[in-house]
Each structure stands twice: as C-alpha cells, then as structure tokens.
Ligand binder design. Structure first.
Ligand SMILES: Cc1cc2nc3c(=O)[nH]c(=O)nc-3n(C[C@H](O)[C@H](O)[C@H](O)COP(=O)(O)O)c2cc1C
Length: 185
C-alpha cells in the first residue's frame, strides 16, 4: 500500500492548514492509500538555532523522514505575505541535498484569507520543489477566502471546489503509480 504524507505548511497554532490536512486524510485513505499528517508545528526548531546546516541533527532527521519516506507528499500551504511560510522554507533547507525530493510526487493545496487562495505561495513552492527534481502534480487546489469556504466539521462549502479537491485526490493517487511505472520502465 502506498503512503502519503500530508504536510501542514505552517507552525501557526490553530492553523487552517492543519485543519485542512486532517480533513483530507480520510479522503486519501478512502482511495486505498495510507495517509499521515505531519505538521510543521512539530518541527524541532530549537535544534537548528544558530544555523546547524550539515550537522547531525537527530530530531530534524526523525521529523523529516516522516515526510520524505512517503511515496508522495501533499503540501497544504497558507499564504503569508505573498509567499509560503518561512518555516516551510526552513524545513526544505534542512532536507538532505540533493536527494530528498528527487522524483518525489508532490501535490499542492493553497489556502488563504484572500481572494487568490495562496496561488502565489503555491507557485513559489512549486518552483522550489521543481528545482529539487520533484514530480509536481499539475492539478492544484486553491481555497480562497478560506475562513468562509472551509469548516473543519462541514468541510468545503462550495461544490465546485469540493469536486476539484476530490479530483486532485483521485488523480494524485493514480499519479503515484504512474510515476512508479515510469521509474521502473
Ligand atoms: C504572517 C501572516 C501573513 C499573511 N499574509 C497573507 C497574504 O499575503 N495573503 C492572504 O491572502 N492572507 C494572508 N494572511 C492570512 C492567512 O492567509 C489566513 O490567516 C490563513 O487562514 C492562514 O492560514 P493558517 O491558518 O494555515 O495559518 C496572513 C496571515 C499571517 C499569519
């Protein structure tokens, strides 16, 4: 069975990103994959204070392996100041180079209070992941005006967005197998 890591892309306590991540977990599981939610709230920030690049960091290693050992990653990304949260870049900067995202299927969900649903944040993160040789999944989902659109119990309050999300989930699960076939060909 394939494993998906749903990465909640912020360390903000009570974040919508984590609520969306928890909401999509059972939707992935119903497609026959194992899904785990990993929140950047749990990134061991204290271990990297002072800039510990290239050092042995057992807690960072344990944290990041929950993400990069999965067959695919779904990033749930809020928009902060026209970009993705700094903690997400820090996480990427502490991944092993160059292999961590190499040929890794990655899908993106943006969420923001604003009208663009974190389009900028997602596109910027797609560039970073493409630089690291990930297979970025082209169907993205943007949750605009997320505080009205999404409720953690009710889910997505808009049929079109809800269908787009379901389509991304089903498509991304197929994409995992397609990438695997391509690599073994
Ligand atoms: C530091 C910070 C910067 C933000 N910048 C933006 C922004 O550039 N565009 C936007 O639409 N919303 C912005 N917001 C609002 C967030 O998109 C909104 O609060 C969203 O729900 C945050 O996601 P989170 O709950 O997962 O942290 C910002 C919020 C924070 C905390």
């Amino acid at each position: 069975m394939k494993t998906i890591c749903i990465l909640s892309g912020t360390d903000r306590p009570g974040s919508v990103a984590l609520k969306v991540s928890n909401y999509i977990k059972p939707l992935y599981e119903s497609q026959g994959v194992k899904a785990r939610v990993v929140s950047l709230e749990d990134f061991p920030l204290d271990e990297v204070i002072g800039g510990k690049y290239g050092k042995e960091l057992p807690r960072v290693e344990a944290f990041r392996s929950q993400v990069i050992d999965a067959d695919g990653i779904v990033m749930v990304i809020p928009e902060y100041n026209g970009s993705f949260p700094g903690i997400l870049k820090l996480f990427v900067d502490y991944l092993p180079f160059p292999g961590a995202f190499n040929k890794k299927p990655i899908a993106f969900i943006g969420e923001a209070a604003g009208a663009f649903g974190a389009l900028r944040a997602v596109e910027q993160m797609q560039m970073v992941c493409a630089y690291r040789n990930a297979h970025t999944y082209p169907e993205r989902v943007f949750l605009q005006r997320v505080n009205k659109l999404f409720d953690e119990d009710e889910g997505i309050r808009d049929d079109t967005i809800s269908k787009l999300l379901q389509s991304q989930i089903e498509g991304f699960v197929q994409f995992l197998s397609q990438v695997e076939e391509m690599q073994s060909a």
